[in-house]
Write a new protein. Sequence first.
Lengths: 214, 403
Amino acid sequence: MEKVGKDSKLGACNTVYVVDDEPSVRKALSRLLRSAGLKCEVFASADEFLAHERESPAESGCIVLDVQMPGLNGMDLQEVLSAGEGRLPIIFITGHGDIPLSVRAMKKGAVDFLTKPFDDKDLLAAIAVALRKGEEARARVAEITQFRDREQTLTTRERDVMARVVAGLLNKQIAAELGIEEGTVKIHRGRVMQKMGVQSVAELVKMTSGITDQ
Amino acid sequence: MNTKPQLDADELLRESENQLREILHTAMDGFWLVDAQGRILKVNEAYCQMSGYSRDELLTMNIADLEVAEAPTNIASHMQKILTQGDERFETQHRRKDGSLFPVEISVQYKVGSEGGYMVAFLRDLTSRVRTELELREYQRQIYHMERVQAVSVMASSLAHEINQPLAGILSNAQAALRFLRSPDLDLGQIREILDDIVADDKRAGDVVSRLRAMLRKEPSASERLDLNEAIQTVMTLARPDLLLHGVTVRADLDGELPKVLADRTQVHQVILNLLLNAGQAMWGEAEPFDSAQGRRGRKRGISGVNMAEGEAAILVSTWRDATGQITVSVRDSGPGIPAEVMPKVFDPFFTTKPDGLGMGLAICRSIVTAHGGHIWAESPPGGGAVVSFTLKAEEANAEGDR
């Protein structure tokens, strides 16, 4: 089981945002999370959380979200936040488990769907998964940003060459397609590798494939 | 035109007498001709059937031999009343030959003929009517129970939700306390706070269970002093999770100065619950549960004049007291309203617009409210939505009325 908390890397800089209209659940969860060494902020409604997000958007962390709430309910909030692409993974908690509902929530990317009352181990395990997912998503975003930044430095010709290298064409074929010398292709190719910060074609392919998938 | 052969007066009279006898003989109702002393002079077949006596037996009998509900002295005074009044219509009981009793409705007229006064009486056996009424009442009682069971099943999920909240609080608090206890810098104050919260949550869960028990009670409880606002809050708490799940918000605008009413708690709960669920269901039809926030906002809905957001699927429960001491409870929704052609029928039993509805919800509300001496009515105001309101008398008003 994954561990979260003071001693683990995951919990160190992450905050768990608890959104639940039940005061006693908020209070208890906040204690539980603190007792596990996690930072925690609580919100009584989806709107309250959104207001906080507008003020100071959370960089990292995850949301423990109640399904039934007055105003925007949990599923609504998931919808609103889905534009954020898993920036803040969601763990749903609900007063009565409803299978179609949980399926729907999971399909939309929820990390877990826990029925109240839930065990601390289940919640903390889900939080660990959520924080790791968030971490991965952030790393992915950083990678993409880096790729785009480096790609910006390429010339049009270098970009043409890169596209063909990634597509698996040989230097000779690239030269023929672009109507240039094979030696020139080699030079362009070397610059692409250098500018994109990769050592091998395999690395370059991996980098671009991840991005075109997004 | 055909002309019948002219009959002489005697023959005409005889024929008319025969017709009369025929009519009396075949009539469904019993027939008596009684003299001023109460002796039976004539009787038809229908009464023989009713009473089990033969015609010959009956012709030797007196009213007093058959009458059960009235003592002989009362019969005499009753007959005196008929003599002066000329006619009378009343219900009583007669005894059959086998000793059993049957309810009978009597319509009697006093006539004075050549041989003195006599009474013509028609007697209707009410046994079947009474039985039908009893059956109907029993049936109604069953429906009540059925509706309540149905309402309870709707609420079972809400109750699960209600109970799971404090349970979640208790479990997380207890597990947090266990973790704190393992930490080197133990803060006993914090542990005490946690235990206080656990106690509060536990009591809350217990309250939910006893509310459920009250709802499931089958026997009608006696009238008690009831705080209507409190009853509304209780029912709202129970119905809220289900309504929220369908995107319907419930709000209350309650008159804080409301006097208590004398009423059956369970039945009043049922009326409020039925009205809330009705109002909610009026809007479920439009909004799929968990529609995206945008989809729901896009819909044009709203209650004008009260503080509900435009387009919100909402229910507003309000209470107030008017100058006559009547308390009005009003449940207003922001649904499509009630079409004019449907309006006169909404309180009829078995009238429903829901595919799976029994059509008893509002009918039961009406019979409960009426039994408590109140009124219930529905409106579809021009601003949209539907409003169902009912009145109950304030406790003081009742007391004054009794004096």
